[in-house]
Every structure is written in structure tokens, then in C-alpha cells.
Unconditional design. Sequence first.
Length: 264
Amino acid sequence: MPWTSLDLQRRADGVAVLTMNRPAVFNAFDETLIAELDAAFAQLGGEAGVRAIVLAGAGKHFSAGADLQWMQRAAAASQDDNLADARRFAAMLARIAECPKPTLARVQGAALGGGVGLVCACDMAVAADTASFSVSEARMGILPAVIAPHLVNAVGLREARRLALTAARIGAPEAERVGLVQRVAPAEGLDAAVDALLADLLACGPQAQAEIKQLYARLAPGPLSADVRELTAQTIARVRATPEAREGFAAFLAKRAPNWKPAP
């Protein structure tokens, strides 16, 4: 489908690169970008040929969060309209988080407010060493509500609370330390670092990865209950009998690449 705020690049190895293309406003999102992100992840998540999705931002910055004109419109809107707007934003973040394909955020420049939410909704993130992050909503007298579950899942409750309460801007090394990003690279080596992580993803079975995402979404830190033990046992017993698992075992024993791994 034609998008006005997104660019899509399809690579031969099955990687889809979605680039937010609003560099004049630092890829801040409005109603249109939210709708297009939701539609794009729904479409790509359902395509068998897509192995992984990279979310990127055009220009100097990944995403400055909410577009100020969109925020001004929201401030003048009714509570019902604001609720519908917030629900659409929440549904888009959930679409990214629940995408059956591995998702990776490629972060350069600034990720602010809801831009941090996009990073957290992805499975993993790679950042340039010059990138910076701020959960900035409290500086404007509002709160990071919709992104909160994704932020807590990414960094834990105490760090999420600290980032939200202070609205502090942190650099890439600290973002890596708290778990907001998984890898930091020199700005000129950002794409190479993204490709290295993608190579690891593409070496793994796509159905296994979809199963991992589905199972891990149902797990949380805490006591190991009988229900959790049964869930994990039922899952591995079912997956062991799949064609992908048989191919994986056969490839391992034959010391060859499995059929899902792209040729070098």
C-alpha cells in the first residue's frame, strides 16, 4: 500500500527496513504515521517471506516523539477524541510488540518520549554511540502512560520510574547499561552493527522465533509455577515435532546450513 510517512526497503535476505520519513520534524509521529506504522507491521508480520523488520528514522534523529501540532490538536479535542487517539497509539505499539517477526530498532540521534516507546516495543535495539534518549513527557506536564508497559518490560520497573520521573536525557552507553538498547556502535558503523545482529537472527528458524515471541510474551519474572512449567513443556513438545525442527536437527547432524539460513 502507498505510505506518505514511511519508506519500505525489502532486502533479498528477507529483511524489511521500515524508515520513518519525516526528517523535517525529526520523525515525530502524528495520526498518519501512527496509522501507517500499525498497517505496515500488520502487513509485514503476516508475510511468509519477511524474516525480520528493522525500524529506522530518516535524517539526523530516530524520533522526537509526538508531533507538537498533533499534541496541540489533542489539547483542544474532547476527552472522547483524546481517548480514541490514545487507543490508536497503544494499538500501534502493541502491533509492533506482538509482531511474530523479530523486530530491531536502528537508533541515531535522539529518541524522545514516544520515540523511546517505539524502541522499547521492538525486540531489540542498536544505537549509535552518539544517540540520546529521554522519556520526556513530564517536562511538558504530562506522563508517559501508553509507552509505560513497554518501557517497564525493557528496563524494569525501577529504571522505568526513574527515567519517567526525571525525564533525564541519557546517552547510548547508559541506555545499553539499563537494557534500553542491546548494542552500541560508532555512528559510522551503525549499519554494520545492525547487519551483524540481523545475521544472528537469520541463522535461526523463523517458526522457532515466532514461537519464542509468543511464549515469552506469556512469561514474567517471578515464582516458577506449575502452570508455567506445563506451558513450557507443552510448547517444546509440540515444536519438536514440526518440519522446521526436523530440518534443524538434520542440518546440525549433517554439519550443513539449515534451509532457512540465507546463502553467504
